[in-house]
Design a protein around this ligand. Structure first.
Ligand code: BGC
Length: 221
């Protein structure tokens, strides 16, 4: 029995280690950002290779207008340095469109950030929503949003598109151990000229643009 217990523990650690990154981070609502300064130039620096991947694939069911298997999904990796949070998005999206006049209804990705993680139910100066469409067009909202803080490069891929984002942080103390509120979203126009699907990382409701209280956590390592 004494011998059996450690073996059991080892086995469960091995299983946990094998689990998809997102399995674990979705249960805990914690995404890990590793330290590093990538060049935001459309090429994928080696720095990204060791970053955990976080999956954005939870549909907002009441707004879903297409088959769930057709909706756009993404994986996101995160890096940080003294002044920035960086995100590399790889989006699976079979049909790309920027037809809608609403930026949030075009094929695009959104990163929501609550730099003090005070989980306010309205946006304050440390809160912003950063959006980039598949063509690299930037937009955003929220009290803490300044377009000058957001740099991005987008590129088409075989299965959709890729977006590299750099967000200049202005409220958080960027150091190992720092936590901020985070949510991730993919908007999908599947061909209607409107938004046909929305997928999220954590909280599958369309409330992140005005309420930070249900965000998950990004932890700087
Ligand atoms: C939401 C939209 C909202 C927009 C406003 C998006 O994240 O999904 O419903 O109108 O943000 O910025």
């Amino acid at each position: 029995m004494i011998r059996f217990l450690p073996a059991c523990l080892l086995f469960s650690v091995a299983i946990t280690g094998l689990a998809d990154d997102n399995d674990t981070d979705q249960r805990q609502g914690v995404a890990i950002a590793l330290r590093g300064t990538p060049k935001v130039d459309g090429k994928i620096d080696d720095l990204w290779k060791s970053c955990p991947k976080h999956t954005v694939a939870l549909p907002i069911t009441e707004l879903l207008k297409i088959d769930q298997k057709d909706m756009a999904t993404a994986t996101v990796q995160l890096l940080w340095d003294d002044r920035h949070l960086y995100a590399l998005w790889v989006v699976n999206d079979a049909a790309l469109s920027a037809e809608s006049s609403d930026d949030w209804a075009q094929d695009s990705v959104e990163l929501f950030l609550d730099q003090h993680q005070d989980k306010s139910t309205t946006y304050q100066a440390d809160d912003a929503q950063y959006r980039v469409n598949f063509q690299g067009k930037r937009s955003g909202q929220g009290t803490g949003y300044d377009e000058a803080d957001l740099k991005a490069v987008a590129a088409r891929t075989k299965k959709g598109y890729r977006v590299e984002m750099s967000i200049r942080t202005h409220a958080a103390d960027m150091k190992p151990g720092t936590v901020m509120g985070l949510e991730l979203q993919v908007n999908d126009d599947h061909g209607s000229g409107q938004r046909d699907a929305i997928t999220k990382w954590l909280h599958p409701e369309d409330d992140s643009w005005q309420d930070t209280s249900k965000f998950g956590t990004v932890q700087l390592k």
